[in-house]
Design a protein around this ligand. Structure first.
Ligand code: PLP
Length: 441
């Protein structure tokens, strides 16, 4: 039994939830099973903090799994959504803000000449894959082990995030033909990419340029992220391989988009994909996502072209209001702040682990970090899976008991926000020093 805060109301809700929803939740990782805990039931979010239904406050490094780069209930975002709601919650017809958000995306993201808004990252991935298949006339896809692109049938093989957390290598219910059309290779493995492309004609190489669903695992040779392997750029290699083999390069920047910098990982690394998948930050905490890319490709999408894709709530006025208000907050100073926060946490965690004698590997970039319980570098999913998961679970529980809410899985990244202060950082590191000493013993 944990000596943490009272959970009476949370426990009562969880008992009810368990009979009403699979696992008591609407998305698997929230259930916290991999760290041996029941879920938090949230009453409110305030800036960088969450308050649960038992009145316990937590410093929040989940931030809704990435969308809340401005923290909870940021006044500018709340005002924008409230004003939008008072004028109607959905029209199913175009609005000025949809034009503005498309322009804001095109201005920031190097590959985005044209944009289509959808409602979730899953929908964006599914739609980008359809477009890539239509454009190339090929069915197969190349993806990386440990990457997560949403719960699209063909993309679940060897996926990260919740599947990694639950130890599920592939989901039942995926048609065999869909599974067979997905070729999975290890991240950062040039030879495996070359062999796969020799053997199969693929429509697209699909990659998270800064993979964050097996923990944050940098591409080799990256300049905008700390903790990865040196050497020539793996992302530039993927660009060359796609071009040499008649495949499209699709970057899934659902996590990295607008978080690691205005133009995402593609801008930081100077590698421009053909199509980009966006989500999370672009909706500012409301359901919005997008796919974007080269004009000639995007003009294949209906009604400009013949590749069908539609959505009742796509470009929703509340979601575009939240997204635009969030993007407006993300100036140079904001990215400086996000970078300083992640760097201070990464340095402090390394020092605390060394002091406690716990072997770890820490990766970080602007607005993202992962503390791997692994003695040595983590360059791919196989290495991430060698982490000491029991130790991770004990650490995550010990942090919760000290009022710090981390992603409850080794296979996720921490999401600091603009409103995490130095005091939050110090509180987090003080908790981490104690938690690491506890897990060392
Ligand atoms: C890189 C990446 N792509 C796609 C998705 C799917 O997005 P959604 O959960 O909005 O469907 C996620 C979700 O975490 C993600 O991290």
């Amino acid at each position: 039994m944990s000596a943490g805060p009272s959970r009476a109301r949370s426990d009562e809700l969880h008992r009810r939830a368990a009979g009403l929803m699979p696992g008591g939740v609407n998305s698997p990782v929230r259930a916290m099973r991999s760290i041996g805990r029941d879920p938090l039931y949230i009453a409110a979010g305030e800036g960088a903090e969450l308050i649960d239904v038992d009145g316990t406050r937590y410093v929040d490094y989940v931030c809704s799994w990435g969308p809340l780069i401005a923290g909870h209930a940021h006044p500018r975002v709340v005002d924008a959504v409230t004003a939008a709601a008072s004028r109607g919650t959905s029209y199913g017809a175009p609005t000025e803000r949809e034009v503005e958000i498309a322009a804001a995306i095109a201005e920031r993201v190097p590959s985005a000449e044209m944009v289509r808004m959808v409602n979730s990252g899953t929908e964006a991935s599914m739609s980008a894959v359809r477009l890539a298949r239509a454009a190339t006339g090929r069915d197969k896809l190349l993806k990386f082990a440990g990457a997560y692109h949403g719960h699209v049938d063909g993309l679940l093989a060897d996926a990260g995030s919740g599947l990694a957390t639950a130890g599920i290598p592939a989901s039942p219910g995926v048609p065999a033909a869909q599974a067979a059309a997905t070729i999975v290779v290890p991240w950062n493995d040039r030879g495996a990419v070359e062999r796969a492309l020799d053997e199969h004609e693929v429509a697209a190489i699909l990659a998270e340029p800064y993979p964050a669903n097996m923990g944050l695992v940098p591409p080799a040779g990256a300049t905008g992220i700390e903790g990865g392997a040196a050497g020539p750029s793996f992302l530039a290699f993927l660009r060359e391989q796609a071009d040499a083999n008649g495949a499209l390069l699709v970057f899934d920047e659902v996590i990295s988009g607008f978080r690691v910098g205005p133009g995402g990982a593609q801008e930081l690394e100077g590698v421009t994909p053909d199509l980009t998948i966006l989500g999370k930050v672009i909706g500012g905490g409301l359901p919005a996502a997008a796919y974007a890319g080269r004009r000639d490709l995007m003009e294949r999408v209906a009604p400009a072209g013949d590749v069908y894709q539609a959505g009742t709530l796509s470009g929703n006025p509340l979601a575009t209001a939240a997204g635009l208000a969030t993007l407006e907050l993300l100036d140079g100073a904001a990215y400086g702040r996000l970078d300083a926060t992640a760097t201070a946490l990464a340095d402090g965690l390394r020092a605390a682990a060394a002091e406690a004698g716990v072997p770890v590997h820490v990766t970080h970039t602007t607005g993202l970090l992962t503390l791997f319980f692994h003695d040595g570098p983590v360059d791919d999913y196989a290495a991430a899976r060698q982490c000491d998961l029991d130790r991770f679970a004990a650490f995550a529980r010990a942090m919760l008991d000290r009022g710090v809410y981390l992603p409850p899985s080794q296979f996720e990244a921490w999401f600091p926000s603009l409103v995490h202060t130095d005091a939050h950082g110090e509180r987090t590191l003080a908790a981490a020093r104690e938690a690491l000493r506890q897990v060392a013993s």
